[in-house]
Ligand binder design. Sequence first.
Ligand code: UDP
Length: 313
Amino acid sequence: MKILITGADGFIGSHLTEMLVTQGHEIIALSQYNSFNNWGWLEDVNCKSKIKVLAGDIRDPHYCKYITKDVDIIFHLAALIAIPYSYVAPDSYVDTNIKGTLNICQAAKENGNIRLIHTSTSEVYGTAQYVPIDENHPMQPQSPYSATKIAADAMAMSFYNAFGLPVTIARPFNTYGPRMHPDDGRVVSNFIVRALRGEPLAVYGDGNQTRSFCYVDDLVKALITFMGSEPGFTGPVNLGNPSEFTIKDLAQQVISLTGSTSKIAYGALPEDDPKQRQPDISLAQKALDWQPEIPLDTGLPKTIEYFKQILGD
Ligand code: UDP
């Protein structure tokens, strides 16, 4: 199949690109245009010579129409994702996440009702009202980022409801793995980077809050599984690994796996920090026959190896 991946230059998009190439698909990989001609994580993939990379921007509807011509399926992952930046630059999140999604939906519709697999985020649920979080959990926009992703999901869904565009919405939870950004502020990357540098691991609060971490390869397999599902299957579908770990245990595990001399430093818990964020993945298990296979004690060492390489330790 000829597949367009928007956001192919990002953490998850670059892994999706690699896995689809190994399955023999023809990939058009969209990287956000910049004047440095840098293709983000696509610079790092092992299949650079086998893909067609386009540099552009989903904010431009003309461009979206142009890049979706003659493709069989679209994976839409392009988005602005940094929550703190969304507090100070919300307009750009509206433009990329909402209008960009509209442009992709419209282009998919006009170019022959191309199947669209749209990527959402567990951030749309906000602080859990109950766990495990299923797809019926209320949407709670706790940041402009989250608000724009809720709107983007609704936009994609509206194209199914109004025009019959085959849309499926994937909703990942706490994905980790190689090519996470060392400064993304997430707990896995923060802990690994600090442990490798011998710096204290900052555990917020008492560290008894839990998270459920999904290795990126598991997520990518789920995204690919959508290609074989019924086009009328819209979702949204939670994708994650329900196994829970306390943040304190995660810190200890990272210290021991890296052989670091780092200690744990307990600090203040951010306001509204959720006690738990555990996905209910029964829908994915039933509808996609998918479930995560890579436990934390396998995925974490792979992620640590990656950080060792990029940090030169
Ligand atoms: N956390 C921490 N130290 C860090 C980064 C995060 O203790 O350096 C905690 C954070 O307070 C939260 C958990 O780890 O309870 C997961 O944080 P992350 O931002 O990775 O994911 P999210 O809270 O969005 O699920």
